[in-house]
Design a protein around this ligand. Structure first.
Ligand code: FO1
Length: 314
C-alpha cells in the first residue's frame, strides 16, 4: 500500500477520536491510518474490551454516543439491567449494541484471529475507509501505582472514577509487544505526509503507543513532520484526568510541559491561543489555534490547521 499523501495519527480516548474524525473528514477517503492505544483494554465478564479502538470505530462511523464520549448512540441497556438482577458486575456499562462488538471480537480472538485483522474487518463493515489499528496485536495493559494500591486501568478510570492519587504508570507487556509492521513501514516511507499526535492524555493514551518497542525510534527517524496538538487548554485539561495526573506526576499542568514531554520526536506543536504565554519559550515551531472541539466543524477546522502546519515544514 502506497502511503503517498498518507497521514498517520496516534490516538487514544475521546479527545483523540475527535481530531481523528476531523482528519478523516478532511483527507482523501483512504489517506488516514490511525494507531489506537490498547493499554485501556481489559478482559471483563469474559469479554475482550477495547475502548479506544471502539471509540474510533463508532466515531468514524457516526455511531458514537457524543454525550458519554464512549459506546454507541441510541443505546439500550437490557443486558445491563438483566445482569444487575443476576448480581453481575455492572460498574462498567455495556450497551446492547456495544455488547455485539465485544462478543464478536472475543469469539474471533478465541478462534485465533489477530486483533488488527478483526478491527480491519469491523471498520470495513461499518463503511470506514480509514485504517484503525491497535498499536500492537500483543497484550499491553496500563497499570497505575496509586495510594489505593496497584490498579488496572479501568478500575482506576471507571470503577474508582480517577480518584486515587497516581504515583507511577506502567505498561505491562510492553517489552514483549511488537508494533504493527504497516505502521513502522509508514513511518519509514518518505512519501508519508505527516504524523499527528492527537490531543489525548500523554500518559495513558499516547505513552502506551510510544513504549511499544520500535515505535518511538521510528518516530524520531521519521522524515515526515510530527505534529502534536496540546491536550491542555488554558492550563486545564478538556476532559478526563490529564491535569490531575500531571500534578500527581510532578509535571506543571501547562501546554508547554506536554510539548517538552514529546520533544525527542516532535517537529511542530499546536497550542490553543489561551496558552500563548505558556508556550512562548518553547524551542520549536508553534501554531496557535482554537483547539477546543465542540462542533463537527471545529474538528475539521483543527484538522486543516494541523495539516497546513505540517505541510509548511515538509
Ligand atoms: N467509561 C466510563 O466512565 N464508564 C463506563 O461505564 C464506561 C463503559 C465503557 C464501555 C465500553 C467502552 O468502549 C468504553 C467505556 N468507557 C466507560 C470508557 C472507557 O473507560 C475508556 O477507557 C475511556 O474512554 C478512556 O479511554
Amino acid at each position: 500500500m502506497s502511503v503517498d499523501g498518507k497521514v498517520l495519527a496516534l490516538s487514544g480516548g475521546v479527545g483523540g477520536a475527535k481530531l481523528a474524525l476531523g482528519l478523516y473528514r478532511t483527507l482523501p477517503r483512504d489517506a488516514l491510518m490511525i494507531v489506537a492505544n490498547t493499554g485501556d483494554d481489559f478482559e471483563h465478564l469474559g469479554l475482550a474490551i477495547c475502548p479506544d479502538l471502539d471509540t474510533l470505530l463508532y466515531t468514524l462511523s457516526d455511531k458514537a454516543n457524543l454525550e458519554l464520549g464512549w459506546g454507541r448512540r441510541d443505546e439500550t441497556w437490557t443486558f445491563m439491567d438483566a445482569l444487575e438482577k443476576l448480581g453481575g458486575e455492572t460498574w462498567f456499562r455495556l450497551g446492547d449494541g456495544d455488547l455485539a462488538t465485544h462478543v464478536e471480537r472475543t469469539r474471533r480472538l478465541a478462534a485465533g484471529e489477530r486483533l488488527s485483522a478483526i478491527m480491519d474487518d469491523f471498520r470495513r463493515r461499518l463503511g470506514i475507509a480509514a485504517r484503525i489499528l491497535p498499536m500492537s496485536d500483543d497484550k499491553v495493559r496500563t497499570r497505575l501505582d496509586t495510594d489505593r494500591g496497584r490498579l488496572d486501568f479501568q478500575d482506576y478510570f471507571v470503577r474508582l472514577r480517577c480518584e486515587p492519587i497516581v504515583r507511577r504508570i506502567e505498561f505491562a507487556g510492553a517489552d514483549a509487544a511488537r508494533p504493527q509492521a504497516c505502521v513502522v513501514a509508514a513511518l519509514a516511507d518518505p512519501a508519508l505526509r505527516a504524523v499527528v499526535i492527537c490531543p489525548s492524555n500523554p500518559f495513558i493514551s499516547i505513552d502506551p503507543i510510544l513504549v511499544v518497542p520500535g515505535v518511538r525510534d521510528a518516530l524520531r527517524a521519521c522524515r515526515a513532520p510530527v505534529v502534536a496538538v496540546s491536550p491542555i487548554i488554558g492550563g486545564k485539561a478538556v476532559k478526563g484526568p490529564t491535569a490531575k495526573m500531571m500534578g500527581e506526576l510532578g509535571l506543571p499542568v501547562d501546554a508547554a510541559a506536554v510539548a517538552r514531554y514529546y520533544r525527542d520526536f516532535l517537529d511542530i506543536y499546536i497550542a490553543d491561543e489561551a496558552d500563548r504565554g505558556a508556550v512562548a519559550g518553547l524551542d520549536l515551531p508553534i501554531t496557535l489555534a482554537p483547539t477546543l472541539m465542540v462542533t463537527p466543524e471545529d474538528r475539521e477546522n483543527l484538522a486543516r490547521i494541523v495539516l497546513a502546519a505540517a505541510d509548511r515544514v515538509r
